[in-house]
Design a protein around this ligand. Sequence first.
Ligand SMILES: [Zn+2]
Ligand SMILES: [Zn+2]
Length: 232
Amino acid sequence: MNKQNILEKILEVYQICNISSFPLDCLDLISKCGITCKSYSSLSRKKQEHCLLVSEEAFTLKNEIYYNDKILDKRIRFSLIHELGHIMLNHKENRSEAEEREANFFATNLLAPRIVIHYSGCKNLADVIKRFDLSEEAAGYAFSDYKYWLRKAKLQFPDTDKQIYEHFFNTEINQLVWSISECECCFFYPAYNGSKVCPSCFIANLKKHQNSFDVQEYALDLLRSQKLYGDI
Ligand SMILES: [Zn+2]
Ligand SMILES: [Zn+2]
């Protein structure tokens, strides 16, 4: 399976699971894909020992994912999505090296899509770790691959990335959305992309404090978007 096909599978997962922000909730995403996920600690001691012999981190058996919940959260996130990759990409047992690489490509791009690294303004490794809740190793790979992706995307923008952009694009704020939280002002509407308030409260505040430095800074923040693919 080539990279383009894997990216199409990732887009399918975003659509099926209705993913709209990052970092992803991996266990929730796997369950929305209709796949059962069992932690080692939920099994009998004997089964746990057997699991640890198969893998210290995670493995797939009969389309069910088993994972070691004693491993640090950030690290197990990648392993979980790697195993999901094997299932979504229809890999059989006794996987080849090529299939392992495909599952890694699936995991790194699903957890931190290169176009979202770009539009969320990640400038360094620490930004990628924080925004996508990845281990240093996984974020390091994603960030160096992003730089390679960016060089290529500037020459020719890949179709699948356009579709991923469209999936995360929000017409209310006219931007790609990478994070959603609850508005700290009305506690009702969503606040986007690291902002503390929703668009309606922002406008209301702007009218109240036209000259406040904070509001002006915030308005500037909203205007700063890194154009690559452009508006849709
Ligand atoms: Zn694997
Ligand atoms: Zn609000």
